[in-house]
Ligand binder design. Structure first.
Ligand code: SAM
Length: 243
């Protein structure tokens, strides 16, 4: 089964992405920890450390899902700042909102159901925008990057944390085996859903590599675009500034 971006019509892809995240929402955090051996926490911590977030800032966490980044930002920006957790999928948003409320998150978080391709916010609204493990699920990535550029304040920072291309052939082999064999099996056993996890593996393979994404960010109007590989390029953190 190939759920690759090129092979399915746009409407079909939107439906598949929605189906995947409705299906995995309840088990998402558990699967994230199991699949990454907990390393996703480190990738997210590095993202927060490099964000430059300070008290009083306004942050948008797009495709925020169950809100790991949102929670960390909410503590940093404090009562004079604010964080918007935006996600297209109401099941993920609900799991995220319940989790954040249960973990005693401050009242500086808003929850918004929104498509990254056409963000429902005013121009120049945010100091920082993050999209973690979300961009690869977005159908029109150029439209999404342009929309993020529009709602960022001048001088604001976009941070894209996403699976990327490994730079070592052995690691690539091991990673492919893991993604296409181990991962769907784990999905089957733990979440009773191997298809969704096969989709996730396929979407990682189809996602633009580091240099391509950097160029896409520049094309969308960002400057100082750069990236930092993590875990041998399994994941990359791209950043860019709105001039
Ligand atoms: N950011 C969270 C994290 O790092 O744990 C969640 C990442 S989860 C793999 C991907 C999220 O992207 C899902 O919650 C999904 O609903 C959301 N998503 C997919 N397409 C989207 C779109 N076009 N606009 C906004 N969110 C989208």
């Amino acid at each position: 089964i190939d759920f690759g971006y090129q092979e399915v019509p746009v409407d079909e892809k939107v439906k598949r992405v929605a189906g995947v995240f409705h299906s995995v929402a309840g088990k998402y955090d558990l699967m994230n920890d199991l699949m990454s051996g907990g390393i996703h926490r480190l990738w997210k911590r590095l993202t927060i450390e490099q964000s430059g977030a300070r008290a009083g800032m306004k942050v948008l966490d797009i495709a925020g899902g169950t809100g790991d980044l949102t929670l960390k930002f909410s503590r940093i920006v404090g009562p004079t700042g604010g964080v918007v957790l935006a996600d297209i999928n109401d099941s993920m948003l609900k799991v995220g909102r319940d989790k954040l409320i249960n973990s005693g998150a401050a009242g500086n978080i808003e929850y918004v159901q929104a498509n990254a391709e056409c963000l429902p916010f005013e121009d120049n609204s945010f100091d920082i925008i993050t999209i973690a493990f979300g961009l690869r699920n977005v159908t029109d990535k150029d439209a999404a990057l342009a929309s993020m550029n529009r709602v960022l304040k001048p001088g604001g920072k976009l941070m894209v944390l996403e699976f990327s291309k490994t730079n070592n052939p052995l690691l690539t082999k091991a990673y492919d085996f893991y993604s296409f064999n181990v991962l769907p099996q784990m999905g089957r056993v733990i979440a009773n859903d191997s298809e969704s996890y096969r989709y996730l593996a396929e979407s990682i393979r189809m996602h633009p590599d580091q240099e391509t994404l950097k160029q896409m960010m520049a094309n969308a109007g960002f400057v100082n675009c750069r990236y930092q590989n993590m875990t041998g390029g399994v994941v990359a953190l791209h950043t860019g500034i709105k001039p």
